[in-house]
Design a protein around this ligand. Structure first.
Ligand SMILES: Nc1ncnc2c1ncn2[C@@H]1O[C@H](COP(=O)(O)OP(=O)(O)O)[C@@H](O)[C@H]1O
Ligand SMILES: [Mg+2]
Length: 319
């Protein structure tokens, strides 16, 4: 079931279409990475989902409720962590959470327990009595995340939570998101830095100038961008026979000159080729090489990292 769905969602500021006919489906239980360069429309989209901003066209639903027609229900099911959060002077960590829980009409007796649980979840139990402004950026971020959880929402929207965090705080954030996912929450997390999200997300959507350039499971997006697969075959005993076999196969295009390397027994030669075909035809190609008497020592597909895919996708939408 799609927990978050947008249909032709549009937000215009004068002539600028910050969000331009966005169609997105985010499934229950996924960690969805919303990735795009600065100004792509991530914050605008998240603010519309959080019912803080009205779309100029289209609609979006959260747990089946329309952000336009039923914003109150949407807010009940959703926690939102903005990219910038206000500082509350003279408030201790626990008071901060207690305050927000009270805003959501959580009874005083339940709040005491809940605040402790939330502080434990975000690993801030020891900072219970500390003033908010004295916390490090990573701690403030986690406190803010705890704040977004006071009403136990099904969906969490986190706008650039990893920006400005040091590597250690990032690892902690990652752990925390895993825990939240295990609790059954659906998480939407935005970033302009793909690498921040690569290992964290089950699904990604790449947004460029208000439009989706690619979306799906991380694997799908990676695979779909493999218009041309690149395969490297390493052989011994000279490359003539390998070249002969490869040249006779449809969909194979030899790339750059072969690279020689001293192996433990004989000189190894690595031939890189582009390949248009599915896994089955690729495995048949390997069988042909081996069957044709080519001593293959390794046969691997070069898998582009997410960063490469991001570059490719955004380049394509520039054209
Ligand atoms: N209140 C506003 N008035 C005019 N333009 C805006 C406003 N908010 C955002 N924009 C513009 O909309 C586009 C998308 O912004 P934003 O959603 O913040 O992108 P992102 O979060 O991906 O960096 C940008 O070009 C930005 O300048
Ligand atoms: Mg933003």
């Amino acid at each position: 079931m799609a927990v978050v769905e947008t249909t032709n969602l549009t937000k215009s500021y004068g002539k600028l279409r910050a969000v331009d006919g966005l169609n997105l489906r985010i499934e229950q239980g996924s960690i969805f990475g919303f990735i795009g360069p600065n100004g792509a429309g991530k914050t605008t989209t998240l603010r519309i989902l959080a019912t803080l901003l009205q779309p100029t066209g289209g609609d979006a639903t959260v747990c089946g409720y329309s952000v336009v027609k039923n914003p109150r229900e949407v807010r009940r099911h959703l926690g939102y962590m903005p990219d910038f959060f206000g500082v509350y002077d003279d408030m201790k960590a626990w008071e901060y959470l207690d305050f927000y829980a009270a805003c959501f009409k959580v009874a005083k007796s339940r709040r005491i327990r809940m605040v402790d649980d939330l502080l434990a979840l975000v690993d801030l139990s020891e900072k219970k009595e500390a003033y908010v402004e004295s916390l490090s950026r990573g701690m403030k971020q986690r406190l803010c995340l705890a704040r977004a959880l006071v009403h136990d929402p099904a969906v969490l929207l986190l706008d650039e939570p990893a920006s400005g965090l040091d590597p250690r705080a990032r690892v902690e954030l990652r752990e925390l998101l895993r825990e939240l996912r295990a609790m059954g929450k659906t998480i939407v997390i935005s970033s302009h830095i793909l690498a921040e999200l690569a290992e964290l997300c089950s699904h990604i959507g790449i947004i460029e100038r208000g439009r989706i350039a690619a979306a799906g499971s991380v694997d799908e997006v990676l695979r779909r961008r493999h218009e041309q697969r690149i395969v490297a075959a390493t052989v011994i005993g000279g490359g003539d026979r390998a070249r002969e076999v490869l040249a006779g196969q449809p969909g194979v295009r030899l790339l750059r000159p072969a690279v020689e390397q001293e192996g433990p027994e004989a000189t190894r030669l690595t031939l890189e080729f582009g390949f248009d075909g599915d896994d089955r035809t690729l495995s048949e190609l390997l069988a042909k090489l081996v069957g044709g008497g080519v001593p293959v020592v390794s046969f691997t597909e070069r898998v582009d990292g997410l960063e490469d895919v991001f570059m490719k996708v955004t380049e394509q939408s520039d054209e």
